[in-house]
Design a protein around this ligand. Sequence first.
Ligand SMILES: Cc1ncc(COP(=O)(O)O)c(C=O)c1O
Length: 384
Amino acid sequence: MTAFDVDAIDLAQLRERQSAKYRQYPPDVIPAWVAEMDFPLAEPIAAALHAAIDRSDTGYRSTEGLAEATADFLEMSWQWSVPQDRIVAIPDVLTGVAESIAMLTEPGEGVVVNPPVYPPFFSTIRDIVGRSIVEVPMSELDGAYSLDLTGLADAFARPEVTAFLLCSPHNPTGTVPSQAELEEVARLAAEHDVAVIADEIHAPLTLPGARHVPYLTVAAPDARAICVIAASKAWNLAGLKCAQMIGTDETEGIIRRRLPLEVQYGTGHLGVIASVAAYRDGGPWLEQVLGILDANRMLLADLLAEHLPEAGYVPPEASYLAWIDLPGWGDDPAVAILREARVALNRGPTFGPGGRGHVRLNLATSPAILTEIVGRLGRLTPGT
Ligand SMILES: Cc1ncc(COP(=O)(O)O)c(C=O)c1O
């Protein structure tokens, strides 16, 4: 398989894309917000999708090959053995999160989240499944984040708390919880009978130096826990609608009995085809991407030191989202940055407590575009 040339990535060409990243803002704005990548699609995935189109294979989805390909990928990546009949196809990770909470908790009960955290977690818990949000902020030390295990213990002891939505690796801080931390989460969850929903969508993007530990490998086999994972973030397939839900001895029967069939039927047919190709043959492309992201996260540190020395930034341990503290730029720096610098970033305050004064920047682009983004920010005076 041929590698792609990251330096050939061209903004004018990217702007021909019809996805959210490139259609939300006018063409003079460089989009570095939503978690889509600027890289060309992996060749084996493109070939599988082209072949499907060539045979007019656009009917209802079958999940043929998906459980097997997913199980092989989990085994190869994390030595995690999952029986194929435990791997259930669903349209996307957020649907899996919402359905898991609905299956494992009752209306009004409390679900713990760790802000600053992926904003749709709040609306999913509150508005879609009607549970209440219990915030246990991430611990922060000089810009490095970790799970607050004492805070989690206190929250799990509260009678209204019946679930924990774990984001591992964590968006937006890029933190990869350690095995010891996850073991403690599992111990606390068992002690207080708290269900754990592990959103591991960013796991295949764990960068050199960190090690992802799947939550279900540290939880007891009969834990009240569900993992939701997908090829969609690592191989940029979000629009094709395919994710996977994985239960334990305890929850697999609940999923089989209670996960609505219409949810399972909502999985995209081309998403299944693309995910199978990603898990089976997408390894070399992902290796190249991890190398680019590794370099970009360090390049960003250099660029910030040069253009915005006041910025607080610790390179992420996983994925391609940089969480940047901009002291002196007010509560919501992304608003002025969009207006004045014509760069679209995610607004820190939407990530909940701890988000004020921050922005989230998408690193999955070329070094040249990243350099242009930070150069634009550097030319902006805080407070404008
Ligand atoms: C932590 C996390 N969960 C879920 C999602 C959304 O995934 P999906 O499009 O599969 O619902 C994202 C998207 O970036 C994410 O970062």
